[in-house]
Design a protein around this ligand. Structure first.
Ligand code: GLN
Ligand code: ZN
Length: 756
């Protein structure tokens, strides 16, 4: 049995690509030097895959920024404004990715969106009416040839026309249909070129096929491929899907003139049923995605070989592959020298997953594998995990009852009680939690981590930062204050470190966008709170003022979504364990006299299942209750806030309202109007603080500009229900711009308030 890798992490074992690219951004090296460095990284990755015994090694999975952007440039889908003001291809490329500013030009970057259900972001190509779509680039051919010259045969990878067109933004009057022929010609050109280069296979990625498709989508897809496959020549075509199953178009896909079909058998379990019910054509190769490309856990060979056994009964050829690109998994466990061996033995990152593919191909061919040492070391959980179990936590989750998720009295009654007890003005002002993380704040943390200062000094410094922050907010005359989050470098890591059950890595970076990587903690065992985590800081902040100070917590769904979850229990169970720990903290804060508590659910929307049919059963049915569990025990006077980092929740507004928070703040400065209409239409009950300015830029918004935003909001929403705040935490901003922006914010709120 052969094996195949769908895509490999491109950032490098030690994030080499990140560092050389950032050097290029800072003009410390030339583009040629960057290109040369990148070439070495590419070839090293191909060599590694070859050494590990991979048969189908991808090329063109590399990118300087993003593969969607690569496709856009390859097909000349470049907005006029970039082409007009910049000359070289790479300048245009990076300007589309990151914007470009100099004396004569000020170009904003193209927008960025989350890539399906991952934490990776792609650049949204923009197609103008005047776009002259044709094959102008050479990247896939260059990288294929580069590998070939170095002695490696690869399988070039491109994003397919259906997915590409579906994810593009059409900025003029024309739409997908108007461009179809041009794109088809350009894609046909790609096939021609690979034919002339004598490539054997090409992998065409079509992840959009795992989304809900209507009949128009399906006929569009079919018409694209019937035409395109007419140009395949001697090239074998692998249509690769991932992140789910292709239930809406399985029969159509298998009847196309393809040579291989790649199915995700991890996130797309339903694919197995489709194969069983409709057969798989014997003249095509099934690329079976059996090694999880997204997680960090070892493959369970026992289970996988059972699946392989079933697939072997099909009369087609089988190639074992990763379920999706390994881009979403960290590079190697070899970098984790500080994790105990009895824990490390559970993990397989990208490089180790290559070994698994090789093992599985070998074991899949063997008649009897039970005695094989590789099989024995990858079958089921060893015992060392027992030490991370807590029966009392498991019992607490098992005995949760309906009323644990219900806060009383109902929100409409709480509004009245809280109005009286909190004495807030109309259009109350607040912030999302963090204040600028200045050099001193960062130094305090790093010196403490390095052992240069002790816990006492560390806390003393934090208390000083808090005092300054409260003084500043009093001077700004904000209504609900915060302590500033100076003890946190990250809203998930901080709580992960305070809770039992998490493992932290040194180098398990995963690309998030461009050169940015994140290092999610690993949920390894049952989660419980050792002791209270935030009370002393918030209590101190509250002692400095009569105005309410918000207690600041991260919610269970966000902690879960921004970690690598364990897989031996359900995500529901993990979320409930975290929720019980957060609930204890909420209760302790209330007990300490804190009247307003914010539980951030920044990442709640992010893991919403791709298919509508799965949204409730697989996610919202436990995610919303997990949040409710955190605050169901508080007094009616205690005001619960939450915060979300996006406003694209138009399709789950009822569920957001069902979180039963008293107040929600969210990003809206760039898309205010549409979400406000949705809220109004849905009769949204929660009080809302749509961000009145964008904190992702150092720009200081003027008072009039903020007044205008507030007016727009209260045109749609009853002013009694509206809060005034920035759209996210201020930790990445500088102190000066923050002070000025907030001063303008409180002045704007006052001025609108008076006029009402
Ligand atoms: N309370 C957090 C902060 O202000 C929220 C961050 C976020 O939404 N990403 O930093
Ligand atoms: Zn946010």
């Amino acid at each position: 049995m052969k094996n195949s890798v769908t895509g490999f992490p491109r950032i490098g074992k030690n994030r080499e690509l990140k560092f050389i690219t950032e050097k290029y951004f800072k003009k410390e090296i030339s583009f040629d030097e960057l290109y040369e460095g990148a070439k070495n990284i590419r070839l090293e990755h191909i060599k590694l895959q070859k050494e590990k015994g991979i048969d189908f090694i991808p090329s063109n999975d590399f990118s300087f920024y993003d593969n969607m952007l690569d496709m856009a440039q390859l097909l000349n889908a470049i907005p006029e404004r970039f082409r007009k003001s910049l000359s070289t291809d790479h300048e245009i490329y990076f300007a589309m990715a990151r914007g470009h500013q100099d004396n004569n030009t000020d170009l904003k970057a193209l927008s960025m969106k989350k890539w399906f259900n991952t934490n990776y972001h792609y650049i949204v190509p923009e197609i103008e009416d005047s776009a002259d779509i044709r094959l102008t680039g050479t990247k896939p051919f260059d990288e294929y040839t580069e590998a070939k010259d170095a002695g490696f045969d690869t399988k070039p990878v491109i994003i397919g026309p259906f997915t590409f067109l579906k994810l593009c933004k059409f900025s003029g009057d024309k739409n997908i249909g108007d461009f179809k022929d041009k794109f088809l010609q350009a894609y046909a050109g790609i096939l021609d070129k690979f034919n002339s280069l004598e490539a054997e296979w090409i992998q065409i990625d079509e992840p959009c096929l795992v989304r809900d498709l209507d009949s128009d989508d399906i006929s569009f897809f079919i018409s694209l491929y019937e035409e395109l496959l007419g140009h395949k020549g001697n090239l074998k075509i692998l249509l690769q899907t991932y992140f789910g199953d292709i239930r809406d178009c399985y029969t159509e896909v298998i009847s196309l003139n393809l040579d291989g079909i790649g199915l995700d058998l991890i996130e797309g379990k339903e694919n197995l049923n489709l194969i069983k019910d409709h057969e798989f054509p014997k003249d095509k190769t099934l690329f079976a995605g059996v090694v999880n490309g997204k997680n960090i856990w070892k493959n369970n060979y026992g289970e996988t070989l059972e699946t392989i056994g079933r697939l072997k009964q099909l009369s087609c050829e089988i190639v074992l592959s990763t379920s999706c690109s390994l881009l979403h998994s960290p590079f190697t466990i070899e970098n984790e020298t500080e994790i105990r061996n009895d824990i490390l033995r559970y993990f397989a990152f990208a490089a180790e997953k290559l070994n698994e593919l090789k093992d599985l191909s070998r074991l899949g061919d063997a008649l009897d594998y039970q005695g094989d040492p590789a099989f024995r070391s990858n079958s089921g959980d060893p015992d060392s995990k027992k030490a991370f179990e807590h029966k009392n936590v498991q019992n607490a989750v098992n005995s949760l009852k309906e009323n644990d998720f219900t806060r009383l009295p109902k929100r409409s009654e709480r509004v009245v009680i809280q109005k009286e007890s909190l004495c807030l003005p109309l259009l109350p002002t607040t912030t999302i939690g963090s204040f600028p993380q200045t050099a001193e704040v960062k130094r305090n943390r790093s010196e403490y981590k390095k052992g240069i200062i002790d816990k006492e000094t560390y806390d003393k410094n934090i208390f000083e930062f808090i005092k300054e922050c409260i003084d500043e907010q009093l001077e700004l005359d904000l209504d609900v204050l915060v302590h500033g989050e100076f003890e946190r470098n990250d809203m998930v890591e901080f709580f992960g470190e305070c809770l039992e059950g998490f493992i932290f890595t040194k180098n398990a970076w995963v690309q998030s966008y461009g050169t940015r990587c994140v290092k999610p903690p690993i949920i390894f065992g049952d989660i419980r709170r050792r002791e209270n985590m935030t009370v002393k800081y918030i209590k101190y902040a509250q002692s400095l003022t009569d105005k309410p100070v918000k207690g600041m917590l991260t919610g269970p769904v966000t902690i879960l979504n921004w970690s690598f979850p364990r897989e031996d229990i359900s995500r529901r169970e993990i979320a409930m364990q975290i929720a019980l720990a957060i609930k204890e903290e909420v209760n302790d804060l209330e007990e300490a006299g804190i009247k307003v508590i914010q539980i951030d659910e920044a990442a709640l929307r992010e893991k919403l299942p791709i298919r509508k049919a799965d949204r409730y059963s697989e996610y919202l049915d436990w995610a919303i209750p997990a949040f409710r569990l955190c605050h169901s025990g508080v007094k009616p006077e205690t005001q619960i806030h939450t915060h979300m980092c996006y406003s694209e929740f138009g399709d789950i507004i009822k569920d957001i309202d069902n979180m039963d928070a008293d107040v929600i703040s969210f990003e809206a400065s760039r898309s205010t109007l549409s979400i406000l209409d949705d809220l109004k239409e849905a009769g949204f009950e929660t009080q809302v603080g749509p961000g009145v300015y964008d904190i992702h830029s150092p720009r200081v918004p003027g008072t009039d500009e903020i007044k205008e935003s507030i007016h727009k909001i209260i045109e749609k929403i009853n002013p009694e229900q509206v809060w005034v705040n920035p759209d996210c935490g201020l930790k990445t901003r500088g102190p000066e711009e923050t002070y000025k922006s907030l001063k303008n914010l409180t002045n704007a709120a006052k001025s609108v308030r008076e006029a009402l």
